[in-house]
Write a protein that binds this ligand. Structure first.
Ligand SMILES: C[S@@+](CC[C@H](N)C(=O)[O-])C[C@H]1O[C@@H](n2cnc3c(N)ncnc32)[C@H](O)[C@@H]1O
Length: 414
């Protein structure tokens, strides 16, 4: 799409369901270092109300909804193009890209990201999963080396430890196959949560950090003790839910894309494994100052997967000041410029901090321009408040709604 067409496309958007001025897209301009950048405000993707595929339903701190990458992938790429996310998290961008028949590269410094996303490209049959679970020896009386009694009934704990031991053994012997990886992914996601379909007693939703001490307090307050949960049953149930909108054609498509895909666990600034001028579109949201410690928050998921959370935390970007954040993001954008194809795009999603006083989108614009990109504009998607939209722990309400702010860059042909 030419830049002029794209600008026309954004400015012609009409609002179906919002209280923004005159039922029309609001465009205003941001002056940044003498360059005027248009801001398009609209309900760009929620108005379509396109329900995303249930394959996305894996929770992760600060994940965005699949409608966001869907919007940019559909608009700015074609089947077969490479779509990249340098801060992939649960893999929302790359899973959506694969569902749209694009090739993918995922990167995240947190190894849990690969554990949670890669298996969803290689979907086993329910029968295979059931047969595998039936083969695993679920012993009784096993206890974790850490105290998990505030989360689990002793029998459930023993089943979790049995499964963990099995997966450790398989990995050590390099025998883990796609069925084991699927089971690992689902079990990791089912460790704790707020419904009966998790292994734990009632606790915070699985994308929120919960310590052992805090769980003891929750149990006391709710006068609850962990009841027995059937680990095998829960894994099969979640598998059914995740795959409820998959058909054989889509399963084959994902597998083909999965075989060609790259899953990296690098610092997003240094991804020498990705070829220059190769990526059509990056859709991403970066770590956000020091609000979320993605690894330590996931201590229980790390324990289950035998990952040393402390070691990973050393590498993760936890910036204490805005200046530090800008330096890191500036370097990431330089790397994105290197790997982006001529005429390719970067859609960079950020939030607002300190009650909207610091608009990170405005900070990102000059960083991208310095890296060599042309900034096509800031796309602000207004939507009614939802939990997923607010998991930054940041309130960015405008007109009684939340907003996603996406800075759109293009690597222009010279
Ligand atoms: C806001 S989350 C991304 C969530 C993702 N959009 C999703 O929908 O799941 C930011 C991610 O950046 C990762 N991260 C933090 N520092 C990093 C770095 N220096 N390089 C690569 N990934 C990093 C974190 O592990 C976290 O998964």
């Amino acid at each position: 799409m030419t830049d002029t067409k794209l600008k026309k496309y954004f400015s012609e958007f009409t609002l179906e369901n919002s209280d923004v001025k005159d039922n029309k897209t609001v465009i205003n301009y941001l002056e940044t270092g003498g360059i005027q950048v248009p801001r398009y405000i609209n309900e760009f993707w929620t108005s379509k109300q396109r329900q995303s595929n249930s394959l996305h339903e894996i929770s992760y701190r600060a994940c965005y909804k699949a409608e966001l990458p869907n919007f940019f992938i559909t608009l700015l790429s074609k089947p077969g193009n490479i779509i990249y996310d340098p801060f992939s998290g649960r893999g929302t961008t790359i899973i959506e890209a694969a569902l749209l028949n694009r090739n993918i590269i995922a990167n995240d410094i947190n190894p849990l990201s690969t554990i949670l996303s890669k298996p969803r490209l290689f979907i086993p049959s329910l029968d295979d999963i059931e047969a595998r679970l039936n083969k695993i020896k679920f012993s009784s009386g096993l206890k974790a080396e850490i105290n998990l009694s505030m989360f689990y009934h002793p029998k459930t704990e023993s089943e979790i430890v049995s499964l963990r031991n099995y997966l450790i053994r398989k990995k050590k012997n390099e025998e883990e196959d796609f069925i084991d990886s699927w089971i690992r992914m689902v079990a990791t996601n089912r460790l704790t949560g707020h419904s009966k379909n998790f292994f734990s007693v009632y606790t915070l939703p699985p994308n929120q950090a919960i310590t052992q001490e805090r769980q003891k307090r929750i149990n006391k307050l709710r006068k609850q003790v962990p009841a027995y949960k059937d680990v095998k049953y829960i894994i099969l149930k979640k598998t059914r839910d995740l795959t409820s909108r998959m058909d054989i054609k889509l399963i084959v498509q994902l597998k083909k894309i999965g075989i060609k895909a790259k899953f990296l666990n690098e610092d997003a600034r240094f991804t020498s494994n990705i070829k220059k001028n190769s990526v059509q579109l990056t859709v991403t949201s970066p770590p956000f100052l020091d609000i979320v410690n993605y690894v330590e928050d996931n201590w229980l998921r790390c324990w289950f997967n035998n990952i040393n959370a402390k070691l990973v935390t050393q590498n993760i970007t936890i910036t204490k000041s805005l200046e530090d954040w800008e330096r890191v993001i500036g370097e990431v954008l330089v790397e994105l410029y290197r790997i982006t194809k001529r005429d390719g795009y970067v859609a960079f999603e950020v939030g607002e901090i300190r009650k909207g006083k610091i608009k990170l989108d405005e900070r990102v614009v000059p960083l991208g321009i310095n890296a060599g990109f042309n900034c096509l504009g800031i796309v602000i998607n207004l939507q009614k408040f939802t939990k997923t939209a607010n998991i930054w722990g940041v309130s960015n309400n405008t007109f009684g709604t939340n907003s996603n702010r996406i800075v759109l860059f293009k690597k222009n042909d010279f």
